[in-house]
Structure formats: C-alpha cells, structure tokens
Design a binder for this molecule. Structure first.
Ligand code: ZN
Ligand code: ZN
Length: 206
C-alpha cells in the first residue's frame, strides 16, 4: 500500500479537489501491485473516489520525483506529466528531525531561557531598589550585578545561539541603543568596546 498525502494539486493548472466536497487535501491510496490499476482518492470527510488518471504506477512515479523535506522550511512538492496531463502538487509535510529540533529550540529559548533571564534581571532590580544603608548601596548593587553576571554566563554557557535572536526589540536600552556595548575611540587601540552598564550588555531593558 502506497499513500501520498496531497495538500494541494493542479492538473494542467486547474485545481484538483475532492469531487464531492471540493476539499483540497486528500490522500491517494494505491493498493496491490498492478501498476496499471487506478488509485483511490480519499478526502478527510471520508469521500472516496477512483482516479483513472493516477494509476499505482503513476503514484510510484510521483513518490519518486517528490522533493521531500530535510529542513523545517522545506516544502515537499512534485511535478510530473502523466498521460499528457501536467500535474503539480504539494504533499502534506511529514515531520522531519529538523522540525523537531526547531520546535525544541523555540520552546527551550522562549519558555525556559528567556523568562529565566528576565526573572533574574527583575530580581536584581528589586534587590537594588530595596533600601540599603547609605553608602553600602552601590557596593551591594555592584556585588549583586557581578554575581548575576557570573550566573548568566554560567547558565548561558554551552547553549546554542538563540535561533530567533535578531528580533525581540522589547525595550531597546536607551544608553547603548540596544547594542549592548559602547565603542570608545582610544589612542592605544583603534576602538575599545565596553559593555553597556545600563543593560549589562543585553541591549534591552525590561
Ligand atoms: Zn470530500
Ligand atoms: Zn545598554
């Protein structure tokens, strides 16, 4: 049994759909081993029809020329001429390893790492805002910031770079315009980069 899950298909430019409900998505199911026998179309609403143009042999040809998918952004398409008819279609995506990897990355970063960083940043801000004996305040804040910095670095070490790093312009840091660093022209070196003290190099403020 060979099943192709069609997402969308045209024959000579005309949309090919379920003859009963015009559903664009359906399966072609080929059974047996006689290449000349037509396959059956089955739509998601349980309509079933025989498609004389697509034989089991043709279904195997489509399966052979389909592009398949390797990466999450790939689309599985096919283009073939059968009995003089030009057939173009898109097959419903099968889940690839890369799909899973993308989902895991997204979930990992958006649900675990980013909220974690944000929580810790907010905790430090609250700690700094808390009244501390005059004079000790700056030292305490500096110590907390340093400890936090170390914690972040340790936490972030070994992780893959954030796959969707570029966006998230939540609140770009006004001091460094979201760059996370300041460039200082100096005579010794061409340019010295100094981590922005306002956002601790993250380029954003909550
Ligand atoms: Zn139907
Ligand atoms: Zn900054």
């Amino acid at each position: 049994m060979l099943t192709l899950r069609v997402q969308q298909m045209t024959i000579d430019g005309h949309p090919y759909t379920c003859p009963e409900c015009a559903s664009e998505a359906f399966t072609f199911d080929g059974t047996g081993f006689i290449a000349a026998l037509p396959v059956r179309g089955n739509c998601w609403q349980s309509h079933s029809w025989e498609e004389p143009l697509i034989t089991l042999g043709a279904l195997k040809e489509i399966n052979a020329v389909r592009t398949g998918r390797e990466k999450a952004e790939d689309i599985d398409t096919f283009e073939i001429t059968i009995g003089g008819a030009h057939i173009v279609g898109i097959l419903r995506p099968e889940v690839t390893v890369d799909d899973i990897r993308q989902v895991v990355k997204r979930v990992y970063w958006q649900r675990i790492v980013k909220p974690g960083l944000r929580r810790r940043k907010n905790a430090v801000k609250r700690a700094i805002a808390r009244p501390v004996k005059r004079g000790a305040r700056n030292a305490v804040a500096a110590a907390q910031a340093a400890a936090l910095e170390a914690a972040w670095t340790a936490q972030a070490g070994g992780y893959e770079p954030d796959p969707d790093h570029t966006p998230e312009p939540i609140n770009p840091c006004p001091a460094c315009k979201g760059k996370g660093e300041h460039r200082i022209e100096s005579r010794l070196h061409d340019t010295t980069r100094v981590r922005c003290a306002v956002c601790h190099g993250t380029g954003e403020i909550d």
